[in-house]
Design a protein around this ligand. Structure first.
Ligand SMILES: *Cc1c(COP(=O)(O)O)cnc(C)c1O
Length: 232
């Protein structure tokens, strides 16, 4: 099978999974947006995905994302930065990212706000919330109690817009319980920040559980593009 047919078949399969999960949860399948996570894969794949109807792509490393974005200038894609972000990369990421999902501390809000101003762009921000219980030092994501303060800081940055929340299920446990908690955190957050409607959750292996608790954006790599060469 050529790459285009392989991607088309994978996209059809993922669309079916999203549809089943949405209908099972009494949701409109169109309310769940697929972000194709193209990390480790070449710009040629991004191009094929765009031709196959993908509108949103996700990347997790600036060194890889920046040149890949620049190789696809005319596709009109929405670029999502989903990886751990270092402050010194904020200027670069703000140049091409439409949405940054991984904002989990104050210094990143300030750095992204400044980067977006330099780039003359508006950047949407999701606050990444940790679902580790008890909290784990080395894992990314803010504690649920820290979200309101971060949201305030985002709102104070004219170049940033608070879009919503993002989370990654903890490793090695079934996703249902942490995602149920995420659903509660997200609905409480939306009561206080009604415009922040985005909920970015769900990957190749757990998209069903994420759609069941209201994910509006699923971040799918392997199930669309195949197993990544090496660790990505
Ligand atoms: C790589 C990555 C994904 C996609 O993971 P798959 O299991 O390949 O679907 C989603 N979210 C984040 C934050 C990632 O780094």
């Amino acid at each position: 099978m050529d790459r285009r047919s392989e991607l088309a078949a994978n996209l059809a399969e993922v669309a079916e999974r999203i549809k089943d999960a949405a209908l099972g949860a009494g949701r409109d399948p169109a309310s769940v947006k697929l972000i194709a996570v193209t990390k480790t894969w070449p710009a040629s794949d991004v191009r094929l995905l765009s031709e196959l109807g993908v509108t949103d792509v996700g990347e997790n490393r600036d060194q890889e994302a920046a040149p890949k974005h620049d190789q696809c200038p005319e596709l009109g894609l929405r670029w999502h930065f989903i990886g751990g972000l270092q402050r010194n990369k904020a200027n670069s990421v703000a140049r091409y990212a439409d949405v940054v999902h991984s904002v989990d501390r104050a210094e990143l809000v300030t750095a992204l706000g400044r980067g977006a101003a330099i780039a003359g762009r508006r950047v949407e921000v999701c606050l990444q919330v940790s679902l580790d219980d008890p909290p784990a030092e080395h894992r990314s994501g803010a504690a649920p109690e820290a979200l309101d303060r971060l949201a305030e800081l985002v709102s104070a940055q004219p170049q940033l817009r608070l879009a919503g929340l993002m989370a990654v299920a903890p490793l090695g446990v079934p996703p249902d319980r942490p995602f149920a908690r995420l659903g509660e955190i997200a609905s409480a957050f939306r009561e206080r920040h009604p415009a922040a409607t985005m909920l970015s959750a769900g990957m190749s292996h757990d998209l069903e559980a994420a759609v069941a608790i209201g994910a509006t954006h699923v971040r799918i790599g392997t199930a669309v593009l195949g197993a990544r060469p090496g660790l990505g």
